[in-house]
Design a protein around this ligand. Sequence first.
Ligand code: TRP
Length: 338
Amino acid sequence: MSQTAFTPRVFSGIKPSGGLTLGNYLGAIKRWVAMQDEGMETVYCVVDMHAITVWQDPAALTRATREVAAAFIASGIDPAKSILFNQSQVSGHAELAWIFNCVARVGWMNRMTQFKDKAGSNTEKVSLGLYAYPSLMAADILLYHATHVPVGEDQKQHVELTRDIANKFNHDFKVDFFPETIPVIEGPAMRVMNLRDGTKKMSKSGESDMERINMTDDADAIAKKFKKARTDPEPLPSDLEGLKDRPEARNLVDIYAGLSDQTPQQVIAEYAGAGWGRFKPALAELAVEKLAPISGEMARLMDQPGEIDAVLRRGAEQARNIAEPVLKKTYDIVGFVR
Ligand code: TRP
C-alpha cells in the first residue's frame, strides 16, 4: 500500500456528548487549528453518529453538536480554510462503514481496548453500534482518503485498525485504492489532568465542576478554578526533574506551557523558585486571556444557532464533493450495480 501516491489530507473528529474541556482545546482543537494554518487540507467533523453509540437525549445531542461546532469556530477553525461539518449530513460515512463491517473481522473488533473499557462486564447489554464503532471511524477517515489523523493516545488502536481495514480491502479486491493512514499522536504534555487530582485525566464527566475548565467557562470561573487548583506546598523547581512525583504541579506547568506556546522547560526557567502565590495568578491571567475570548465567541454563536447550522450545511456539501466519488469508486470495486 503506497503512501506517497495520495495527497496529504487531515481528518479528525470530536463526539458531541457532553461539554468540552481545556483538555479538548489543548490536546486536540488547538493542534487542529495549527495544521489548518500550516496550509494542509483539513477536514474536521462533529461525529454525531459516534455519539449515539450510547444513549443521547435528542435535544441534548442537537445542542452538543452545535456547541462542538461553535468551539471549533471560536478556536480558529476557519470554514474558509477547513471543511467543517457534522457526520450525519454526509450519508457516505454510514454507507462505507457497512462495507467495512464486511471487511473487518470479529477477532479484530474483539481486541479493541476502548470497547472493553466502555462495555466493562456489560458486553451483552451495550449497543451493537458501540462494538462496530471502530469500523465507522475507519469509514470517516477513508471516505476522504485522509492520510493524517491527529488523535489522542487512546485512539491510536482505532487508527491502526483503519490501516488494517484499508490493507485488507486493497488486498481482497486487488486494488491500491485506500491510503495508509498515519496517526499523529499528541504529546503526553498535551494531556491535561484534573485540577483536583493530577493523576486523573481532566474529564467532562467528573463529579465536581472545580476539577475541570470547561470551554464555556467565563473569565471569573476560569480564574477561580486555577486559584483553587490543588497543589503541594513546595515552590516551583528549577528543572523538570523537580516536578517528578508532583502531578498537580506538573499539570499546571504543562497547562501554562500549552497556553503560552512554550515548552514546560521554558516555563520552569521563567518561574524557578516561584511560590504558588505568584504562579497561580499568572496562570489564571494567561488562561483568561486565551480562553475568555473563545468562550465569549462560543456564547455568541450559541445564541445564533442558524449561523452554526449554515456553516455545517456548507461544510457537509464540500465534504460530499470529496466523499461521493470515493464511495462510487468503492461500490464499483465491490461490484455493486448502479
Ligand atoms: N473516536 C474518536 C474519539 O472518541 C472520535 C472520532 C470518530 C475520530 N471518528 C474519527 C477521530 C475519525 C479521528 C478520526 O475521540
